[in-house]
Structures are given as C-alpha cells and as structure tokens.
Design a protein. Sequence first.
Length: 294
Amino acid sequence: MKILKTILPCAALIFFSTSAYSECPCKSAPSAITQESLTNEVTNTTGEFSVPFGFIAVGTERDPKLNLPKRIKHVGTGYELILVSGGEYWMGSPEGMGMNDEHPQHKVRLSPFWIGKTEVTYRHFNSAPLPRQMLQRGRDDYPVTNLEWSDADRWCKLSGMRLPTEAEWELSSRGLSGRRYPWGNTWRSTAGNFTGRVRIVGKFSRGASSYGILDLAGNALEWCSDFYDENYYSSSQISNPKGPANGSRHVIRGEGLGADILNGYGITSRSFGYGDYKSELVGFRAAVSPWKKN
C-alpha cells in the first residue's frame, strides 16, 4: 500500500515524463519584488498587514479581522489569488489512516497568505518577464506543466510571488476543520479532473475548498517549496514550517491519476520529485504573503 501511495501519482508522472512541451531555458534571476517577513503568530489586529506591491484587490470582500481583501490579482500576469487567513490545524493523517510519511499528525500554526485560485496557466506563465516562453498553441488556460522545480520557483520569484509551503498547501485544501478532501470528507469522482490528462483550469467548482480554491484535487499535481523528507513530520516546527533545511527532492502535492481508482486516498497524500524531474502531470500554483506594516 505504501507503494501505491507514494508511487501511484509518481508512476503516472513517470509515464508522461517524455513531453512535446517546450522546455524553459531561463537562467537564474533576482526577485522582481522584495517581500517583507511576517511574524510567526497570526495577528487579528485590523490594519497590521497590507497587500504587497504589484497586486490589486479583486472585488470588495475583505477579511474582517485582518482587513485584507479576500481576492487579489497580480497586475503583471493577471494571476488571481485567494486569502487563507491562517490559524492552527492538524497536519497529516491520524493513526490508522494514510501512509507512513503522513505521520505523525501534528499541530501547525500559519500566518495569513494568499494562494492561487488555480494552477498557473500558460497564459500566466508567458506574461512574466522570462527570457523565453513556454509555447503551447491553444492551451493558454491549461496549467503549465513539464517544469522542473527550479523553473516554477524562478517564475514565482520573478513575479513577486513564491511557491507555497507544504503546510500552506494542505491548509488551503483541508481548511482548519481538517477535511479529507477539499470539498468535504466523502470521495466524489465528479469533483475534479482525475483522467490522467490535464484540462483547462477552474472547471470543477464542486471541488472547491472551503476558501474557494479550485483544482487542489485533480488536474495537475503541484510543486511545493519544501524539500521532501518522509520523516519530517516527526520534527516539524509548529509555527510556519518550511520543511527540511536541505535535500535532493522537493514535495509534490495533489490528487491526480489513480485517485479515482483508489476511491480517493486523501488530500494529505505526499509525493516528491528530484531536482531535474518534470512531467506533463506536474505544474504549480503560486502564493504570496501580506506585507507586515512597520
């Protein structure tokens, strides 16, 4: 069963590892926008945080405690992100459920952040100031895939964003109540794209998380910022964990091909890829932290 858990998503990824997609040849570049650090505690003081430079609010809805817009958009790329207000939740699977690397279940406390409503698409990716584009005719609204972790990380930094941490990704999916799936605790095969081929983003509204974030289960699997260590949960810090300090593998999260076959193995499922790994089934979504007012 351990093989099914960690290898099944990766087995599908390996199967699709040879791709007709153009490779991203861009080199390292400095971040376009400098982000300020947040404190380790979630603070409910109105007006303590602000929207980072380069982003605008979408709509008028705001979090009443943080006084932050619930939806923002990156001006340069049009990428939309949704506010996750932070808080404490239990990360991982309880005893008797999940796989070894999902244990032990442990408490995590996160500061507020925004995370992409969907995966980054070709349209978003090609709107950033990269040396060369990833061209796929007729696929502007498909998730951009077949990227090494470093390509995804570089795009985020050039756009004033970052990859989400694994803890942020899981909270975005489960919410503070700890759902088994983004939409609830019962498997629903119609809540996402589990066909093994990526589709246009944002088409499965029934699969939205409690925050309104789409495609966390189904469609592309997603790179996270953390290095992967199957035993990391035993030593994870509580406040804003960022994963191991070093490693040769990075975390991949999401439910893709095989989830429907297994009747849904849970959004706590973890996988990984080595530094040069890429697949037509692996993309990413971006995140950004509020600026902390002085």
